[in-house]
Design a protein around this ligand. Structure first.
Ligand code: GCV
Length: 834
């Protein structure tokens, strides 16, 4: 390339950089709220500062802009040095024609190579991509290394993604709400249309590209029909335009009944010629405006969505109808295996939702068109705290597959609890399915290599919104980890946590060690206090999916049963005596899960119904494990606060305060979970806790036993969500609960368990013998939490610290309702001061 074109490229790069920076600022939502911070390094990066590119394509220019932005920011320099050394960006083709030689290796489209150019008088570092996207990925890889302070003096990196499909799914609705989203409203839609301001979409695309995500399915699989109207497609083309410079292709969820719902046809039977023609015309309409459109995601015959079963057709029939329409344009169909009957008969011991995907899709293996990818959730139920790997991954050897994971934390407490999910995903990816008796790790199955498929991959339900992408700052480690694992599933969860921390929070080794440790212990901690032994998640599955509600999983058709009774707990999924689910795995794995003796403790209750007295491999009884695990988990959640505290002064003060409040809330909510599950199983089993904790709460004083002025006692539903099953609520302008303290004199932390109800912000004042006990003693119940009634969803802990108490003191809580928030109280607990 001649000098002139290089400087033209530079000029374009600057213009794009400025406009990108401007638009991002205007929107107030930027990628540097996540990991693309490029914080100035102590030692300037050891690479040339000048950036040139050989091509002028949009994606390559994004790479130039990003590299310049990153280098300036990391080095803290005001501008470029104008010296002779440079970094050169180009595709293989561009590099070959520049050098007039073929020494440049052939690379796959998304592959890149970072290598020193031929030593000359000047230092040259080349970033070569198999395509422009490869160049962009190479730039992000270089910046990732630089931002972590890596030694780049002898950089020689060649990487290509393990999987072709690396998509995120957004479950955004046209009205701007987001199904299972916990970070505010949609960045794509509002009021039934595509938003005018799409600057955050470009920033999101930057984030995606930085970890190699190459597709974004922007709308909810439920209620997808309105998205295919011509007006919508016009708007969606603008979304695609914002993502295209970052190599991210737009995809759409479609409703299989669209030909009837919005097309005016009398049927949506996928075998009907008119239906086929409708899809072909619709797809043509899309490609006319979005030439790089990636394809469709389909949820059909599932949870009330229409599907081919209504016409006696199979998922393969439906998928192939769409596939034929998309094929000439290079589009794909991600057909979801999440098909099950949510009206199952819970009295039938053979009924089992976990079986459904394999039962329906395994017989169709080999019947899907080559551009259909069957997309299967990582486990057979629905993103629980722990599930076994879906057996379908081993059951489709002639079909391309993608594994779906959930970044948005529906069952892992909605971003209010810290749960770093990479260790969970890694377990699934590394699981050896032993198909045909040989090593077949799931990561190779979904990548397509295990069964010689041409495509495959990973899809993550992201749920990003306008609230700093995922709401909680540490939750972003999950989005980052998803992309990194889809690119390279052999990376370790710890390595990814370290990388993310260095780029997002600090390169200070002490900070990296602490944050990474917190992230790594967060999933086991969470599992311990919400769903150990494969009990899944004992949450309110018909409502908020947030607080504990153990029986909500039973006696309904949703099939998330754990079958707890007075004698024992767990679902028998063995072939010999149960639902037969264990038999869906290849023989070696099936054998492992078939027997109680060989099933790992962590999944025991997923596969077997055992008495509470059954001894685990650990030597503990099941019931004792349930008690211990919940106490240990809650204690570990509280330790997370202490670990974070050690970072004070070492990290950004706002981040410290923000995350500290979240962790403190989580520690309190872990106690709500602990107490709910422990008191429930204590009552159900009638077996006491060997360590005497269950049902005994030292220092706890129940609100229903207090001297009450104005407050009325109520039963809480479900009963296990309140201590002793009861709470007090205030129907007057002010209410008081008083207890006379009778313990030893000293200084204490007093925890006040109250219900932070929506529809108002009730005020509470904590006092001892008169006015408020200290500055920390009055607060407003102003969090936004689910459920209108007092419930484990909104049970919240406030701690008044360092309170002096002596026998005879009167402890008083004054509650002032506000709107619908009736200042409800559960108990107070006097604990030794920390
Ligand atoms: C988008 C679960 C969730 C639904 C979700 C569904 C799915 O059932 O509760 O909100 O729907 O999974 O994955 O399609």
């Amino acid at each position: 390339m001649c000098k002139g074109s290089a400087s033209l490229a530079l000029k374009i790069a600057f213009t794009v950089a400025l406009s990108l920076a401007g638009s991002a600022l205007a929107a107030g939502q930027t990628a540097d709220q996540a990991w693309l911070k490029y914080t100035q390094l102590k030692n300037p990066p050891n690479v040339p500062m000048n950036v040139r590119s050989l091509g002028r394509g949009t994606v390559e220019q994004s790479a130039v802009v990003e590299l310049r932005r990153g280098l300036l920011s990391l080095s803290g320099k005001p501008g470029f040095d104008g010296g002779p050394n440079f970094i050169l960006l180009g595709t293989v083709e561009e590099m070959r024609s520049r050098n007039g030689q073929s020494s440049v290796p052939t690379l796959e489209p998304d592959e890149f190579l970072i290598a020193s150019g031929k030593p000359d008088l000047v230092r040259e570092l080349d970033i070569i991509g198999g395509s422009e996207r490869g160049v962009l990925y190479g730039v992000f890889a270089l910046l990732r290394n630089l931002a972590q302070g890596a030694d780049t003096s002898k950089l020689n990196v060649r990487e290509r993604p393990a999987m072709a499909i690396r998509w995120v799914d957004e479950w955004d609705n046209a009205d701007g709400s987001i199904e299972r989203g916990y970070a505010g409203r949609s960045i794509f839609f509002d009021g039934g249309r595509v938003r005018e301001d799409l600057a955050p979409v470009a920033e999101y695309a930057r984030l995606m590209a930085s970890v190699g995500i190459n597709g974004c399915n922007v709308n909810n699989v439920n209620n997808a029909a309105p998205l295919l109207t011509s007006e919508m497609i016009g708007g969606l083309a603008r979304v695609a335009d914002m993502m295209r410079p970052w190599g991210v292709r737009l995809a759409l969820s479609v409703d299989i009944a669209s030909p009837q719902k919005i097309g005016g046809l009398a049927t949506y039977d996928p075998a009907d010629p008119a239906v086929k023609a409708w899809w072909a015309a619709k797809v043509n309409e899309i490609y006319a405006l979005i030439p790089d459109f990636a394809g469709f995601t389909v949820k059909a015959d599932s949870e009330g969505q229409p599907g081919p079963a209504s016409f006696g057709r199979t998922p393969a029939d439906a998928a192939n109808t769409l596939a034929v329409a998309l094929e000439p344009h290079g589009g794909v169909v991600l057909y979801r295996a999440f098909v099950y009957n949510h009206h199952a008969d819970w009295r039938d011991p053979k009924a089992d939702r976990a079986r459904a995907a394999y039962d329906i899709f395994h017989p169709l293996d080999g019947k899907f068109a080559s551009n259909v990818i069957v997309q299967t959730k990582e486990g057979p139920i629905d993103f629980q705290a722990r599930e076994p790997v879906s057996p379908l991954f081993g059951g489709l050897t002639q079909t391309s597959q993608a594994m779906k994971v959930q970044i948005t934390q529906k069952y892992t407490r909605q971003q209010r609890h810290l749960v770093y999910l990479a260790p969970m995903w890694k377990q699934v990816l590394d699981f050896d399915m032993r198909t045909n008796g040989s090593a077949t790790p799931v990561r190779e199955i979904v990548a397509g290599t295990a069964f010689h498929r041409t495509t495959g991959g990973m899809v993550g339900v992201a749920g990003i919104g306008q609230d700093a992408w995922l709401g909680s700052p540490l939750a972003l480690a999950n989005l980052y980890a998803f992309g990194r694992l889809a690119w390279d599933p052999t990376l370790s969860a710890k390595q990814i946590a370290d990388e993310w921390t260095r780029q997002t929070i600090s390169t200070d080794p002490a900070v990296v060690k602490t944050v990474s440790k917190m992230l790594m212990q967060s999933w086991p901690t969470y599992e311990s206090y919400t769903g150990p032994l494969g009990m899944q998640t004992l949450t309110d599955i018909t409502g908020s999916h947030y607080g504990p509600n153990i029986e909500s999983s039973e006696n309904n058709g949703w099939g998330q049963w754990h079958r707890a009774d007075h004698e024992g707990v767990g679902m028998d999924r063995s072939v010999a005596t149960g639902t037969g689910f264990a038999g869906q795995y290849p023989p070696e794995v099936a054998k492992l899960y078939e027997s109680v003796a060989t099933t790992p403790d962590e999944l025991l209750l997923f596969f077997h119904h055992v008495p509470y007295t059954h001894k685990l491999h650990s030597g503990k009884s099941v019931i004792q494990h349930i008690y211990d695990s919940h106490y240990d988990g809650a204690a570990q959640a509280s330790q997370l606060v202490g670990e974070w505290d050690a970072l004070k002064g070492r990290i950004d003060a706002r981040l410290y305060e923000d995350m500290r409040a979240r962790l403190e809330y989580q520690a309190g909510h872990a106690i709500v979970w602990r107490d709910a599950i422990v008191q429930y199983f204590l009552k159900l089993s009638g077996i006491p806790d060997e360590r005497g904790r269950a049902g005994n709460y030292p220092g706890r004083l129940e609100a229903e036993n207090a001297r009450l002025t104005g407050y009325k006692v109520i039963d809480v539903n479900p009963w296990e969500d309140a201590s002793g099953g009861k709470a007090v609520t205030c129907g007057e302008s002010k209410c008081i609960a008083e207890w006379t303290y009778s313990g030893a004199a000293g200084r204490f932390d007093v925890a006040v368990e109250y219900f932070d109800l929506p529809g108002g912000a009730a005020k509470f004042v904590f006092a001892v013998n008169g006015p408020a006990a200290n500055a920390n003693a009055s607060w407003a119940a102003d969090a936004v939490l689910p459920s209108r009634q007092p419930h484990g969803d909104n049970s919240t802990r406030h701690i008044a610290r360092g309170v002096a108490l002596k026998p005879g003191d009167v402890i008083r809580i004054e509650g002032t309702p506000d709107g619908l928030d009736v200042a409800a109280l559960d108990y107070i607990e006097v604990q030794p001061a920390r």
